[in-house]
Design a protein around this ligand. Structure first.
Ligand SMILES: NC(=O)c1ccc[n+]([C@@H]2O[C@H](COP(=O)([O-])OP(=O)(O)OC[C@H]3O[C@@H](n4cnc5c(N)ncnc54)[C@H](O)[C@@H]3O)[C@@H](O)[C@H]2O)c1
Length: 356
């Protein structure tokens, strides 16, 4: 597949930028689409300009397009001009909590923006694999119905049958999603439908916590990157409910790229996979704080907020067995220890570490 054009949306964000680097290194010409809306969503902490500049420095065939995925004509024009051989759609309003205060922006970016891209793909590149970064929030808070057991530093599944985590048969309705989860459900179902109804090779990768050093971590999005920053700067980190024992499974952005390319090389139509770090890369908030404190040699100041975030997962571990069965050569290559080391190193490089 090398030597073709790829179109990556959200290319200045965490996953999009990793895809740009990944594909560029493998000989692709990459068209990146990003309008730095993350800054508008999250303020200074969300500004992705530094990451765009890094991509411009470090890649050889990358072309940036300051385009809004809501701009239907602009998207159509870009597809007509570039006729990409791979589409990776990562642009989003990605925050669960922010969506409530910006319902129209959230839906228009997440749902309508996805529809614009799908239709442009159908019109100009109908054979092209379309990879959509979906989310585990499509399940709403239904995963919280699984029986849990409280351990000293984390929640875990009580039933051994749930040991591997949440699989793709978890229902997506009759639960609370947040408006973000709802707009992502709309996009996820549209991506499936362009596969099932029109036969396009589309996939929804329902992410757990996707992470890496190139996240512009903000309180409302980018759990580990923001926690690393808060620990380095000793700013107060707020823990929302569940005693700080809520569990997330973390996958490095590089491993998201290898999963994406595995699908692109052997696509099917309307596929759905859960994609996270699995049990081996799972960590609770309390455990993550302890690790960063140790790595950065400082003490984080925390504030406990009794009320959990609405619709938040208590224990979420992605069951990776469906993806592993269909793509047996794919594996997680970045361990949880390596993720922590990388984020701590990036935080001490980018922010001044304040010691206790
Ligand atoms: N990071 C996670 O933990 C996580 C978990 C599950 C799913 N996801 C999904 O993965 C995808 C990528 O997430 P990320 O962490 O890289 O997010 P990110 O915010 O780092 O990147 C998204 C990028 O999209 C850009 N963008 C936003 N609105 C846009 C618009 N209207 N037009 C063009 N560009 C726009 C932003 O400026 C940003 O650079 C998203 O769809 C997100 O919902 C992320």
């Amino acid at each position: 597949m090398a030597g073709k054009n790829a179109l990556v949306t959200g290319s200045s964000g965490l996953i999009g930028s990793e895809c740009v680097t990944f594909l560029d290194a493998r000989g692709w010409r990459v068209h990146g689409v990003d309008n730095n809306m993350r800054r508008e969503f999250f303020g200074e902490h969300g500004d992705t300009t530094w990451n765009l500049e890094r991509l411009r420095r470090e890649t050889s065939r990358f072309e940036h397009h300051d385009l809004d995925v809501r701009d239907r004509e602009g998207v159509d024009r870009l597809f007509a001009e570039t006729r990409p051989g791979l589409v990776v759609h990562c642009a989003a309003q990605p925050s669960h909590d922010l969506a409530a205060s910006r319902p129209f922006d959230d839906f228009e970016v997440n749902a309508v923006g996805t529809l614009n891209l799908l239709e442009a793909t159908r019109q100009h590149a109908a054979e092209t694999p379309f990879v959509f970064l979906s989310t585990n929030k499509v399940y709403g808070d239904a995963p919280n119905e699984l029986p849990l057991v409280e351990l000293p530093t984390r929640w875990d599944y009580a039933d051994p049958a749930d040991h591997e985590g949440i699989d793709e048969t978890m229902r997506i309705d009759h639960s609370m999603h947040s408006l973000f989860g709802a707009s992502k459900v709309a996009a996820d179902v549209l991506v499936q439908e362009y596969g099932r109804y029109f036969g396009l090779p589309t996939v929804c990768l329902r992410g757990g916590c996707l992470t890496g050093a190139h996240h512009s971590g903000a309180e409302l999005h980018g759990f580990l990157a923001y926690l690393a920053r808060a620990t380095a700067e000793r700013s107060t980190y707020r823990i929302f409910g569940y005693k700080g024992k809520q569990v997330r499974d973390n996958i490095h952005s590089f491993d998201v790229c290898t999963a994406m390319i595995a699908f692109a090389e052997r696509p099917s139509a309307g596929a759905v996979y859960n994609l996270g770090g699995g049990r081996e890369n799972s960590v609770s908030v309390l455990e993550a704080i302890a690790r960063f404190e140790e790595l950065l040699g400082t003490k984080l100041s925390t504030e406990y907020v009794e009320e959990a975030r609405r619709g938040d997962h208590i224990c979420y571990i992605s069951d990776l067995r469906r993806f592993r069965t269909d793509y047996p050569d794919w594996e997680l290559s970045v361990s949880l220890d390596q993720i922590f080391d990388e984020l701590a190193a990036a935080a001490s490089e980018r922010y001044e570490v304040t010691h206790a």
